[in-house]
Design a protein around this ligand. Structure first.
Ligand SMILES: [Zn+2]
Length: 154
């Protein structure tokens, strides 16, 4: 359609967004964070992580290189529920690690036209989104759920 923005996959991978994850604190139920602690010469994916809760002061440390779990509505390192998760589209769970992740999804869905990822981009976040999330039928509902989630950060 004329006038709609063209969207280009920025090539972000899920790992790029996981250096700063908003989670639910297991002690007080408030908004807490899982933060990467950079290590020179090591991939972000394998950096150590620290859990910190500004609400109750709880903290935890996780050494580098341990097993992590990707692809669901939990943080990959401590397995805590994500702060940014909601149900939409007939019981599906929409989730994001943080504000940047929400904005990436919003930008993608708000653009009417979707470009296919270029060759070699099969691992990007946008290329790997589930079909229900990308379907035109769900677009309005997913967008309002994303806006709702973004408001929970302010
Ligand atoms: Zn807490």
């Amino acid at each position: 359609m004329a006038g709609e923005l063209r969207y280009r996959d920025p090539g972000t991978r899920i790992y790029d967004l996981a250096t700063d994850v908003d989670v639910v604190c297991p002690r007080c139920g408030g908004r807490a964070f899982v933060l990467a602690e950079p290590v020179d010469g090591e991939l972000e994916l394998f950096w150590p992580r620290r859990f910190v809760c500004p609400g109750c002061g709880r903290s935890a440390f996780r050494a580098a290189g341990q097993w992590s779990c990707w692809g669901g509505p939990i943080d990959p390192y401590f397995g805590l529920p994500l702060w940014l998760r909601t149900t939409c589209c007939g019981g599906r769970t929409l989730w994001a690690f943080n504000r940047a992740h929400l904005e990436l999804l919003e930008g993608h869905l708000a653009a009417g036209l979707r470009e296919r990822g270029m060759a070699g981009q099969g691992m990007t976040l946008i290329a790997r989104l589930p079909a229900w999330l990308k379907s035109a039928r769900h677009r309005g509902e997913v967008l309002s759920a994303l806006i709702r989630l973004r408001r929970s950060l302010d």
